[in-house]
Design a protein around this ligand. Structure first.
Ligand SMILES: Nc1nc2c(c(=O)[nH]1)N[C@H]1C(S)=C(S)[C@@H](COP(=O)(O)O)O[C@H]1N2
Ligand SMILES: [Mo]
Length: 313
């Protein structure tokens, strides 16, 4: 038996993911939709039954109720498939997540080209219940399956010159019709500082709810940085590069006054067009207070010591 040091942000492990428990929430979801508590897109639901099952070697839990799968898979932001929250579920059928190649390069001693199907079957997958908080004010709690980002980066042997990590999404208009509209500077790009990327909470998800990622959630591989706004969670990644300078990101390029590089979830600092103090957990009626660093301050606040978070928003 491998010995795991339990991370301090989690409650004790659960034995396994009780999928029926999640799926049984469907009737609750239907009820919520009927009373108008769920957006219409989520009420339509998505057939995720055909996705390949994934088994995690261990599950680490959090004292939160997961957002129902039907909502997780039908209320998305994925502009390559349209701007509406329901568009990705409707349109992402054209994405072909297998076979898929991921390139890891830049300031590394061992650049890699990985076959993502092989990566998924050969990795010790973990399940982590993480919150995802979006800048527009909605949030979800999702049982992600994947591997720590640091595992993948270390395998490429960073040289030490890469102070930042740059991520890039697929750029194929045949698979992603939204690329034909110039709503963002394509391909979708994101970035992290190296210490953020190496933090044990930074996660590369290949699945959720005990199965491979639905296309609309960023199949076959997407980033989850739970203490940051959702837009850092770049989907359908094809390239990860260690770089010397802070990389450009799609959202920062399109609206630099609204989206800084750091994307800290900061309830004390308003977005230029709205307050960020509250959020609506999808499926809930009353809004909750947004927590600093999305509730992960004890683990990550130290990364930003001495940084003026009003300036570096
Ligand atoms: N490639 C790509 N990744 C993306 C986006 C996008 O438009 N394109 N949207 C981001 C935003 S704004 C959010 S809030 C999250 C939402 O993830 P989810 O749809 O799985 O909930 O994905 C992020 N990743
Ligand atoms: Mo977002």
């Amino acid at each position: 038996m491998p010995i795991h040091r339990k991370p301090d942000w989690f409650l004790p492990e659960r034995e396994a993911t009780d999928e029926s428990l999640y799926l049984n929430r469907r009737h609750i979801l239907a009820g919520m939709a009927a009373t108008g508590l769920l957006p219409a897109a989520a009420a339509a639901g998505t057939d995720v039954g055909k996705l390949t099952a994934l088994k995690a070697r261990r599950t680490v839990s959090l004292d939160e109720t997961p957002t129902p799968l039907a909502a997780v898979a039908s209320y998305n932001n994925f502009y390559e498939f349209g701007l509406d929250k329901g568009d990705p579920a409707r349109n992402a059928g054209t994405l072909r997540p297998s076979p898929w190649s991921l390139a890891i390069g830049g300031a590394v001693a061992k650049p890699q080209t990985l076959d993502v199907d092989r990566l998924i079957t050969s990795s010790a997958l973990e399940e982590r219940l993480y919150r995802l908080r979006c800048v527009e004010g909605w949030s979800m709690v999702i049982p992600w399956i994947g591997i720590p980002l640091s595992t993948l980066l270390k395998a490429a042997e960073p040289t030490g010159n890469g102070r930042f990590v740059a991520f890039r999404t697929l750029n194929d208009p045949k698979q992603m019709p939204g690329l034909r509209s110039p709503v963002l500077n394509w391909p979708y790009r994101e970035g992290l500082r190296i210490d953020e990327a190496m933090h044990p909470l930074a996660f590369l998800a290949v699945g959720l709810y005990g199965r491979r990622l639905p296309n609309q959630n960023g199949a076959p591989l997407r980033l989850v940085v739970p203490w940051k706004y959702g837009f850092k969670s770049i989907k359908s990644i094809v390239a990860i590069d260690l770089v010397e300078r802070q990389p450009k990101t799609s959202w920062n390029e399109s609206a630099p006054n609204e989206y800084g590089f750091f994307s800290n979830v900061n309830p004390a600092v308003d977005h230029p067009r709205w307050s960020q103090a509250k959020e609506r957990r999808i499926g809930e009626f009353l809004r909750r207070d947004t927590l600093p660093f999305n509730g992960y301050a004890a683990q990550v606040a130290g990364l930003y010591k001495g940084l003026d978070l009003r300036k570096w928003f």
